[in-house]
Design a protein around this ligand. Sequence first.
Ligand SMILES: Cc1cc2nc3c(=O)[nH]c(=O)nc-3n(C[C@H](O)[C@H](O)[C@H](O)COP(=O)(O)O)c2cc1C
Length: 369
Amino acid sequence: MRHHPSLFEPLRLGAITLPNRIIMAPLTRMRAGAGNVPTALNAEYYAQRAAAGLIIAEGTAVSQQGQGYPNAPGIYTREQIEGWKVVTEAVHSRGGRIFLQIAHNGRNSHSSFTPDGGPPVAPSAIPPKLPGFTRDGRQVPIETPRTLELNEISPIIESFTKASRNAIEAGFDGVELQASNSHLIDQFLEDGTNIRTDAYGGSVINRMRFLLEITEEVSATIGAERLGVRLSPFGQYGGIGDSNPMRLFTSIIDELNDRNLAYLHLIEGRGSEIGLGDALHEDALNNAKLFRPHFQGVLISAAAYTPRTASEAVGDKTADAVAFGRMFISNPDLVERIESDLKLSPYDRSTFYGGQEKGYTDYPPSEAI
Ligand SMILES: Cc1cc2nc3c(=O)[nH]c(=O)nc-3n(C[C@H](O)[C@H](O)[C@H](O)COP(=O)(O)O)c2cc1C
Protein backbone atom coordinates (compact mmCIF):
# COMPACT_ATOMS: atom_id res chain seq x y z
CA MET A 1 0.00 0.00 0.00
CA ARG A 2 1.21 3.49 -0.87
CA HIS A 3 1.11 5.96 2.04
CA HIS A 4 0.62 9.71 1.59
CA PRO A 5 -0.81 9.40 -1.96
CA SER A 6 -1.09 13.19 -2.47
CA LEU A 7 2.73 13.34 -2.53
CA PHE A 8 2.87 10.83 -5.36
CA GLU A 9 0.72 12.67 -7.90
CA PRO A 10 3.03 13.70 -10.78
CA LEU A 11 3.63 17.44 -11.06
CA ARG A 12 4.39 19.51 -14.14
CA LEU A 13 7.11 22.01 -13.22
CA GLY A 14 8.02 24.28 -16.11
CA ALA A 15 9.81 22.21 -18.73
CA ILE A 16 9.86 18.94 -16.76
CA THR A 17 7.46 16.59 -14.99
CA LEU A 18 8.17 15.35 -11.48
CA PRO A 19 7.05 11.82 -10.56
CA ASN A 20 6.40 12.88 -6.97
CA ARG A 21 6.10 16.04 -4.89
CA ILE A 22 8.90 15.33 -2.43
CA ILE A 23 11.64 17.86 -3.18
CA MET A 24 15.19 17.86 -1.84
CA ALA A 25 15.78 21.36 -0.44
CA PRO A 26 19.03 23.17 -1.28
CA LEU A 27 21.58 22.25 1.38
CA THR A 28 25.01 23.81 1.74
CA ARG A 29 27.40 21.01 2.80
CA MET A 30 30.82 22.63 2.19
CA ARG A 31 32.41 19.59 0.61
CA ALA A 32 33.49 20.87 -2.81
CA GLY A 33 37.07 20.27 -3.91
CA ALA A 34 39.92 22.70 -4.63
CA GLY A 35 38.83 25.68 -6.70
CA ASN A 36 35.25 25.23 -5.40
CA VAL A 37 34.84 22.41 -7.92
CA PRO A 38 32.25 19.65 -7.28
CA THR A 39 33.77 16.19 -6.86
CA ALA A 40 32.88 12.54 -7.44
CA LEU A 41 31.86 12.39 -3.77
CA ASN A 42 29.33 15.19 -4.35
CA ALA A 43 28.02 13.25 -7.39
CA GLU A 44 27.55 10.13 -5.27
CA TYR A 45 25.67 12.08 -2.57
CA TYR A 46 23.22 13.57 -5.06
CA ALA A 47 22.82 10.31 -7.02
CA GLN A 48 21.87 8.53 -3.77
CA ARG A 49 18.95 10.99 -3.52
CA ALA A 50 17.86 10.81 -7.20
CA ALA A 51 14.38 9.47 -6.33
CA ALA A 52 13.40 12.95 -5.11
CA GLY A 53 10.74 14.54 -7.32
CA LEU A 54 13.35 17.26 -7.79
CA ILE A 55 16.77 17.84 -6.27
CA ILE A 56 17.62 21.49 -5.74
CA ALA A 57 21.39 21.40 -5.42
CA GLU A 58 23.05 23.49 -2.73
CA GLY A 59 23.61 27.25 -2.80
CA THR A 60 26.36 27.78 -5.40
CA ALA A 61 28.25 31.03 -5.89
CA VAL A 62 27.74 32.96 -9.13
CA SER A 63 31.18 34.56 -8.80
CA GLN A 64 34.22 34.63 -6.53
CA GLN A 65 32.77 37.80 -4.98
CA GLY A 66 29.58 35.87 -4.21
CA GLN A 67 31.38 33.14 -2.24
CA GLY A 68 31.01 33.11 1.53
CA TYR A 69 31.40 29.59 2.88
CA PRO A 70 34.56 27.49 3.01
CA ASN A 71 34.54 24.75 0.33
CA ALA A 72 31.17 25.74 -1.10
CA PRO A 73 30.91 25.14 -4.85
CA GLY A 74 30.86 27.74 -7.61
CA ILE A 75 29.49 27.85 -11.17
CA TYR A 76 31.74 30.49 -12.74
CA THR A 77 34.86 28.58 -13.89
CA ARG A 78 35.37 25.93 -16.58
CA GLU A 79 36.50 23.41 -13.93
CA GLN A 80 33.35 24.01 -11.87
CA ILE A 81 31.13 23.46 -14.93
CA GLU A 82 32.97 20.20 -15.67
CA GLY A 83 32.67 19.13 -12.02
CA TRP A 84 28.93 19.77 -12.01
CA LYS A 85 28.57 17.76 -15.24
CA VAL A 86 29.64 14.68 -13.31
CA VAL A 87 26.96 15.42 -10.70
CA THR A 88 24.09 16.01 -13.15
CA GLU A 89 25.03 12.93 -15.21
CA ALA A 90 25.05 10.78 -12.07
CA VAL A 91 21.60 12.06 -11.05
CA HIS A 92 20.12 11.76 -14.54
CA SER A 93 21.51 8.26 -15.02
CA ARG A 94 19.64 7.26 -11.84
CA GLY A 95 16.44 8.72 -13.34
CA GLY A 96 16.48 11.97 -11.32
CA ARG A 97 15.97 15.65 -12.00
CA ILE A 98 18.20 18.42 -10.64
CA PHE A 99 18.13 22.23 -10.46
CA LEU A 100 21.01 24.34 -9.15
CA GLN A 101 20.50 27.08 -6.57
CA ILE A 102 22.58 30.07 -7.68
CA ALA A 103 23.59 32.49 -4.97
CA HIS A 104 25.59 35.54 -3.93
CA ASN A 105 26.35 35.85 -0.22
CA GLY A 106 26.59 39.64 -0.14
CA ARG A 107 27.18 40.91 3.38
CA ASN A 108 27.37 37.40 4.87
CA SER A 109 30.75 36.86 3.21
CA HIS A 110 34.22 37.82 4.48
CA SER A 111 37.20 39.70 3.04
CA SER A 112 39.14 36.43 2.73
CA PHE A 113 36.76 35.46 -0.12
CA THR A 114 36.55 38.71 -2.08
CA PRO A 115 38.74 39.00 -5.20
CA ASP A 116 40.24 42.32 -4.03
CA GLY A 117 40.59 41.32 -0.35
CA GLY A 118 38.24 44.15 0.59
CA PRO A 119 35.13 43.82 2.75
CA PRO A 120 32.14 41.89 1.41
CA VAL A 121 29.62 43.88 -0.64
CA ALA A 122 25.99 44.66 0.17
CA PRO A 123 23.22 47.11 -0.75
CA SER A 124 24.15 49.11 2.37
CA ALA A 125 26.95 49.03 4.94
CA ILE A 126 24.99 47.20 7.65
CA PRO A 127 26.65 44.11 9.18
CA PRO A 128 24.73 40.85 9.71
CA LYS A 129 24.16 39.15 13.05
CA LEU A 130 26.02 35.97 12.21
CA PRO A 131 29.31 34.31 13.01
CA GLY A 132 31.89 35.19 10.33
CA PHE A 133 33.98 32.53 8.58
CA THR A 134 37.18 32.89 6.63
CA ARG A 135 37.91 31.01 3.43
CA ASP A 136 39.96 28.47 5.41
CA GLY A 137 37.14 27.91 7.88
CA ARG A 138 38.28 29.99 10.88
CA GLN A 139 35.54 31.71 12.88
CA VAL A 140 36.16 35.47 13.07
CA PRO A 141 34.24 38.61 14.06
CA ILE A 142 31.83 39.64 11.34
CA GLU A 143 32.87 42.56 9.11
CA THR A 144 30.87 45.60 8.06
CA PRO A 145 30.17 45.28 4.32
CA ARG A 146 30.92 47.89 1.70
CA THR A 147 27.99 49.60 -0.07
CA LEU A 148 27.82 48.59 -3.72
CA GLU A 149 28.30 51.48 -6.14
CA LEU A 150 25.46 51.86 -8.64
CA ASN A 151 27.76 50.85 -11.52
CA GLU A 152 28.68 47.59 -9.74
CA ILE A 153 25.12 46.29 -9.79
CA SER A 154 24.70 45.36 -13.45
CA PRO A 155 27.92 43.24 -13.48
CA ILE A 156 26.44 41.25 -10.58
CA ILE A 157 23.18 40.76 -12.49
CA GLU A 158 25.33 39.58 -15.41
CA SER A 159 27.09 37.09 -13.11
CA PHE A 160 23.71 35.50 -12.31
CA THR A 161 22.91 35.31 -16.03
CA LYS A 162 26.27 33.69 -16.79
CA ALA A 163 25.82 31.28 -13.90
CA SER A 164 22.44 30.21 -15.26
CA ARG A 165 23.93 29.62 -18.72
CA ASN A 166 26.79 27.66 -17.14
CA ALA A 167 24.32 25.59 -15.12
CA ILE A 168 22.41 24.56 -18.24
CA GLU A 169 25.71 23.74 -19.95
CA ALA A 170 26.59 21.60 -16.90
CA GLY A 171 23.39 19.60 -17.47
CA PHE A 172 21.05 21.06 -14.85
CA ASP A 173 17.32 20.99 -15.62
CA GLY A 174 17.06 24.56 -14.36
CA VAL A 175 18.18 27.02 -11.71
CA GLU A 176 16.73 28.45 -8.52
CA LEU A 177 17.56 32.02 -7.53
CA GLN A 178 18.67 32.23 -3.92
CA ALA A 179 16.49 35.21 -2.99
CA SER A 180 15.92 33.91 0.54
CA ASN A 181 17.77 33.55 3.83
CA SER A 182 19.54 36.88 3.88
CA HIS A 183 21.65 36.38 0.75
CA LEU A 184 22.40 39.35 -1.53
CA ILE A 185 19.04 39.42 -3.36
CA ASP A 186 17.16 39.24 -0.04
CA GLN A 187 19.44 42.00 1.30
CA PHE A 188 18.21 44.23 -1.54
CA LEU A 189 14.56 43.31 -0.90
CA GLU A 190 14.31 44.06 2.81
CA ASP A 191 14.61 47.55 4.27
CA GLY A 192 16.56 46.38 7.33
CA THR A 193 19.49 45.74 4.99
CA ASN A 194 18.77 48.19 2.18
CA ILE A 195 18.80 51.92 2.95
CA ARG A 196 19.96 52.97 -0.53
CA THR A 197 18.63 56.18 -2.00
CA ASP A 198 19.13 55.30 -5.68
CA ALA A 199 16.94 53.24 -8.05
CA TYR A 200 17.67 50.04 -6.02
CA GLY A 201 16.53 51.31 -2.60
CA GLY A 202 13.71 53.14 -0.87
CA SER A 203 10.31 52.15 -2.25
CA VAL A 204 9.23 48.51 -2.54
CA ILE A 205 9.41 48.88 -6.33
CA ASN A 206 13.03 50.01 -6.09
CA ARG A 207 14.03 47.28 -3.63
CA MET A 208 12.48 44.61 -5.91
CA ARG A 209 14.36 45.94 -8.93
CA PHE A 210 17.51 43.81 -8.42
CA LEU A 211 15.50 40.56 -8.12
CA LEU A 212 13.24 41.42 -11.05
CA GLU A 213 16.12 42.41 -13.31
CA ILE A 214 17.90 39.13 -12.53
CA THR A 215 14.65 37.22 -13.12
CA GLU A 216 14.22 38.98 -16.45
CA GLU A 217 17.79 38.38 -17.64
CA VAL A 218 17.95 34.76 -16.52
CA SER A 219 14.55 34.05 -18.10
CA ALA A 220 15.74 35.56 -21.37
CA THR A 221 18.87 33.38 -21.21
CA ILE A 222 17.57 29.94 -20.18
CA GLY A 223 13.77 30.34 -20.35
CA ALA A 224 11.41 31.19 -17.48
CA GLU A 225 10.23 27.57 -17.45
CA ARG A 226 13.69 26.60 -16.17
CA LEU A 227 13.79 29.21 -13.42
CA GLY A 228 12.54 28.97 -9.85
CA VAL A 229 12.78 31.64 -7.13
CA ARG A 230 13.23 31.00 -3.42
CA LEU A 231 12.01 33.57 -0.88
CA SER A 232 11.83 33.58 2.92
CA PRO A 233 9.00 35.92 3.97
CA PHE A 234 9.21 36.80 7.68
CA GLY A 235 12.62 35.11 7.80
CA GLN A 236 15.13 36.29 10.39
CA TYR A 237 18.34 34.61 9.20
CA GLY A 238 21.40 36.69 10.04
CA GLY A 239 19.24 39.39 11.61
CA ILE A 240 17.46 40.29 8.35
CA GLY A 241 14.05 41.94 8.50
CA ASP A 242 11.64 44.35 6.90
CA SER A 243 9.40 47.03 8.40
CA ASN A 244 6.38 45.71 6.45
CA PRO A 245 7.05 42.15 5.29
CA MET A 246 3.43 41.50 4.34
CA ARG A 247 3.37 44.40 1.89
CA LEU A 248 6.87 43.62 0.57
CA PHE A 249 6.36 39.91 -0.09
CA THR A 250 2.84 40.34 -1.45
CA SER A 251 4.24 42.85 -3.96
CA ILE A 252 7.11 40.55 -4.94
CA ILE A 253 4.93 37.49 -5.34
CA ASP A 254 2.32 39.42 -7.35
CA GLU A 255 5.14 40.50 -9.67
CA LEU A 256 6.62 37.02 -9.97
CA ASN A 257 3.18 35.60 -10.69
CA ASP A 258 3.25 37.27 -14.12
CA ARG A 259 6.56 35.77 -15.18
CA ASN A 260 5.75 32.13 -16.04
CA LEU A 261 8.35 30.76 -13.66
CA ALA A 262 8.89 27.02 -13.18
CA TYR A 263 8.03 27.56 -9.52
CA LEU A 264 8.04 29.76 -6.45
CA HIS A 265 9.70 28.25 -3.36
CA LEU A 266 8.76 29.70 0.04
CA ILE A 267 10.54 28.96 3.30
CA GLU A 268 8.12 28.97 6.21
CA GLY A 269 8.92 31.69 8.77
CA ARG A 270 8.94 29.08 11.54
CA GLY A 271 12.09 27.53 10.10
CA SER A 272 14.09 30.23 8.33
CA GLU A 273 17.13 29.61 10.55
CA ILE A 274 17.25 25.82 10.47
CA GLY A 275 20.67 25.98 8.80
CA LEU A 276 21.95 27.37 12.11
CA GLY A 277 19.94 25.34 14.64
CA ASP A 278 16.80 23.27 15.19
CA ALA A 279 14.78 25.85 17.20
CA LEU A 280 11.60 27.00 15.46
CA HIS A 281 9.56 30.22 15.57
CA GLU A 282 6.32 28.41 16.37
CA ASP A 283 4.24 31.61 16.29
CA ALA A 284 5.13 32.45 12.66
CA LEU A 285 2.35 32.85 10.09
CA ASN A 286 1.93 30.11 7.45
CA ASN A 287 3.60 31.56 4.36
CA ALA A 288 2.26 28.97 1.91
CA LYS A 289 -1.35 29.66 3.02
CA LEU A 290 -0.78 33.40 3.13
CA PHE A 291 0.73 33.76 -0.33
CA ARG A 292 -0.99 30.90 -2.22
CA PRO A 293 -3.76 33.26 -3.42
CA HIS A 294 -1.10 35.50 -4.99
CA PHE A 295 0.71 32.84 -7.03
CA GLN A 296 -1.03 30.73 -9.65
CA GLY A 297 2.05 28.72 -10.66
CA VAL A 298 3.74 25.83 -8.86
CA LEU A 299 4.33 26.61 -5.18
CA ILE A 300 6.91 24.67 -3.16
CA SER A 301 6.84 25.03 0.63
CA ALA A 302 9.72 24.19 2.97
CA ALA A 303 10.77 24.04 6.62
CA ALA A 304 9.97 21.66 9.42
CA TYR A 305 7.59 19.41 7.51
CA THR A 306 6.94 15.79 8.44
CA PRO A 307 5.60 13.29 5.92
CA ARG A 308 2.14 13.74 7.46
CA THR A 309 2.10 17.57 7.42
CA ALA A 310 3.59 17.56 3.91
CA SER A 311 0.89 15.27 2.56
CA GLU A 312 -1.78 17.41 4.26
CA ALA A 313 -0.35 20.62 2.74
CA VAL A 314 -0.33 19.12 -0.74
CA GLY A 315 -3.67 17.37 -0.18
CA ASP A 316 -5.46 20.61 0.73
CA LYS A 317 -3.59 22.50 -2.04
CA THR A 318 -1.78 24.87 0.34
CA ALA A 319 1.33 23.87 -1.64
CA ASP A 320 1.96 21.88 -4.82
CA ALA A 321 5.08 20.22 -3.42
CA VAL A 322 7.08 20.18 -0.20
CA ALA A 323 10.85 20.42 0.19
CA PHE A 324 12.68 18.48 2.89
CA GLY A 325 16.14 19.48 4.08
CA ARG A 326 17.44 17.73 7.17
CA MET A 327 15.48 14.54 6.51
CA PHE A 328 17.09 14.22 3.08
CA ILE A 329 20.51 14.50 4.72
CA SER A 330 19.98 11.42 6.89
CA ASN A 331 17.58 9.49 4.63
CA PRO A 332 18.95 9.09 1.11
CA ASP A 333 15.86 6.98 0.29
CA LEU A 334 13.42 9.46 1.87
CA VAL A 335 10.92 9.03 -0.97
CA GLU A 336 10.67 5.26 -0.48
CA ARG A 337 10.47 5.66 3.28
CA ILE A 338 7.57 8.12 2.97
CA GLU A 339 5.84 5.90 0.42
CA SER A 340 6.13 2.81 2.65
CA ASP A 341 5.72 4.69 5.96
CA LEU A 342 9.11 3.51 7.20
CA LYS A 343 10.92 5.01 10.17
CA LEU A 344 13.12 8.03 9.39
CA SER A 345 16.75 8.08 10.54
CA PRO A 346 17.91 11.03 12.69
CA TYR A 347 20.59 13.41 11.38
CA ASP A 348 23.87 14.39 12.99
CA ARG A 349 24.16 18.19 12.89
CA SER A 350 27.88 18.09 13.71
CA THR A 351 28.53 16.73 10.20
CA PHE A 352 26.29 19.16 8.28
CA TYR A 353 29.09 21.49 7.17
CA GLY A 354 32.48 20.35 5.90
CA GLY A 355 34.25 17.01 6.00
CA GLN A 356 34.03 14.05 3.64
CA GLU A 357 31.88 10.86 3.56
CA LYS A 358 30.92 10.87 7.25
CA GLY A 359 27.43 12.31 7.65
CA TYR A 360 27.26 12.80 3.87
CA THR A 361 27.26 9.62 1.79
CA ASP A 362 27.33 7.08 4.64
CA TYR A 363 23.69 7.28 5.80
CA PRO A 364 22.35 3.86 4.80
CA PRO A 365 19.07 3.27 2.98
CA SER A 366 16.33 1.68 5.02
CA GLU A 367 16.88 -1.92 3.88
CA ALA A 368 20.53 -1.74 4.99
CA ILE A 369 19.76 -0.73 8.58
C1 LIG B 1 22.82 21.99 6.48
C2 LIG B 1 21.88 22.97 5.87
C3 LIG B 1 22.26 23.72 4.78
C4 LIG B 1 21.37 24.59 4.15
N1 LIG B 1 21.77 25.24 3.02
C5 LIG B 1 20.86 25.99 2.33
C6 LIG B 1 21.22 26.56 1.08
O1 LIG B 1 22.30 26.37 0.53
N2 LIG B 1 20.28 27.33 0.46
C7 LIG B 1 19.02 27.54 1.00
O2 LIG B 1 18.21 28.23 0.40
N3 LIG B 1 18.67 26.98 2.17
C8 LIG B 1 19.55 26.20 2.84
N4 LIG B 1 19.16 25.59 4.00
C9 LIG B 1 17.75 25.61 4.39
C10 LIG B 1 17.03 24.37 3.82
O3 LIG B 1 16.93 24.46 2.41
C11 LIG B 1 15.61 24.19 4.38
O4 LIG B 1 14.82 25.32 4.10
C12 LIG B 1 15.66 23.96 5.88
O5 LIG B 1 16.55 22.90 6.19
C13 LIG B 1 14.28 23.63 6.44
O6 LIG B 1 13.81 22.39 5.98
P1 LIG B 1 13.82 21.08 6.93
O7 LIG B 1 13.04 21.44 8.15
O8 LIG B 1 13.12 20.04 6.09
O9 LIG B 1 15.24 20.76 7.24
C14 LIG B 1 20.06 24.74 4.67
C15 LIG B 1 19.68 24.02 5.81
C16 LIG B 1 20.56 23.14 6.40
C17 LIG B 1 20.09 22.33 7.59
